[in-house]
Design a protein around this ligand. Sequence first.
Ligand SMILES: [Zn+2]
Ligand SMILES: [Zn+2]
Length: 134
Amino acid sequence: MKLCNDCGLLKNDDDFYRNYQTKDGLRSYCKDCMSQQVHQYRQTEQGKQMQREQAAQLRTLRPELAKAKNAVNNAIRGGKLIGPDRLICAMVDSNCHGRMEYHHHQGYESMYWLDVVPLCSKHHKMANHATKER
Ligand SMILES: [Zn+2]
Ligand SMILES: [Zn+2]
């Protein structure tokens, strides 16, 4: 158990990200507070700029992934898909953590662009790992 320096709540070690520079090997802010900070940072000009740069980088490195993501975002904006934040994780269990995202479980070919399943960011990472980030 550890006390979060931000929200001041006593939480499980699992609720903190690892940090090898600290004595107990954990960050001083819990995951919830960290994701709150990331969310706030994304609203700032600097944060928006960083997101634009990341999107541009993705378009260069993984063009098919960028296109698939774009198609999903357009479908959400156009009302064809529900935003993942309003859905529950397809692998829902006690390990669920982070933002809800859509996972391209079939791959990034154009016929699968909208063939997505909602996953929390933790299970999304695991799923991408399992499919070798195709
Ligand atoms: Zn906290
Ligand atoms: Zn999950």
